[in-house]
Design a protein around this ligand. Structure first.
Ligand SMILES: C[S@@+](CC[C@H](N)C(=O)[O-])C[C@H]1O[C@@H](n2cnc3c(N)ncnc32)[C@H](O)[C@@H]1O
Length: 259
């Protein structure tokens, strides 16, 4: 997936070639995987949303986590099935396919799954228009202490300031909290942190925000590094293309039910 306004869909083997080519992408992936393992200890059950070719799913399973995964793109799923064939056969990885409405319906119908951590690496959440509906589904998918860890596009990434589309949309980002640009697969929606937090509620609370790169100094908070969302330090944040957002599941009382 391009992060600007590309119209060519890159999927399957071609995607793997692109996403593993750049040192910066490899470092971003390493940082995300490291964080996911800190949040979800050995034996935990993970659900990788927008799993793509299965690079992360394979890694999590090899590190002793149970993995289920879903991607909407048929070619990605084809690559995933081949890449993780032995683990799928062994039962440590399970791949879900089908349309996005089918995915939502399937999990809303089976509320009470016991996933410990939903992951979404390299910005699948930036391709979803109705995020609140997706968080409702993650709520159904997860156990009582469930978490969501998502790598999202940083709307304030300094490297994007050279593009006219960023400046054209900056007022919209400021006033409405998000903007979208055309993408090959779906519109690419950049959101402010408050917008992500609002889309998560009442199902999940945005708890911590991490710079989407390996950290030089790693403060540990409850075993997990990062800054509370009310104390972001924006200067270092602007140099990272991605932000990692950690959400904690909220208990729903009678007034709020998954829609
Ligand atoms: C940039 S890729 C990231 C893939 C993988 N997570 C990784 O780390 O390389 C974004 C992925 O999100 C998937 N995606 C887009 N819309 C989706 C949707 N509605 N439901 C599930 N997956 C979706 C795409 O097919 C694509 O595989």
């Amino acid at each position: 997936m391009a992060t600007g306004t590309s119209q060519k869909i890159v999927t399957g083997a071609e995607y793997v070639q692109q996403i593993t080519a750049l040192e910066s992408d490899r470092r971003a992936r390493a940082a995300f995987l490291d964080l996911a393992l800190k949040v979800a200890p050995p034996g935990a059950a993970l659900f990788d949303f927008g799993a793509g070719p299965g690079i992360d799913a394979r890694f999590y399973a090899e590190q002793g986590r149970g993995v289920a995964a879903y991607d909407v793109d048929a070619k990605m799923c084809e690559f995933f099935a081949e890449h993780c064939r032995d683990l799928i056969t062994a039962g440590s990885v399970r791949l879900e396919t089908g349309t996005y409405p089918q995915f939502l319906a399937r999990h809303r119908a089976t509320a009470g799954s016991a996933i410990d951590l939903v992951t979404a690496n390299f910005a699948p959440l930036n391709l979803i228009g109705d995020l609140n509906e997706l968080f409702a589904t993650f709520h159904a998918l997860t156990g009582p202490s469930g978490k969501v860890l998502a790598s999202v596009l940083n709307p304030y990434f300094i490297g994007d300031l050279r593009y006219s589309w960023w400046w054209r949309n900056a007022p919209r980002l400021w006033w409405s909290g998000h903007f979208s640009v055309p993408g090959a697969q779906a519109p690419i929606i950049r959101r402010r942190l408050a917008d992500f937090a609002g889309q998560g509620a009442p199902y999940f609370k945005l708890e911590r925000v991490f710079r989407g790169l390996p950290s030089k100094q790693t403060p540990q908070v409850n075993g997990v590094a990062g800054r509370p969302r009310h104390r972001p330090s924006w200067m270092p944040m602007t140099t990272s293309r991605f932000l990692f957002l950690l959400f904690q599941k909220c208990g729903l009382r009678n007034q709020a039910r998954p829609h």
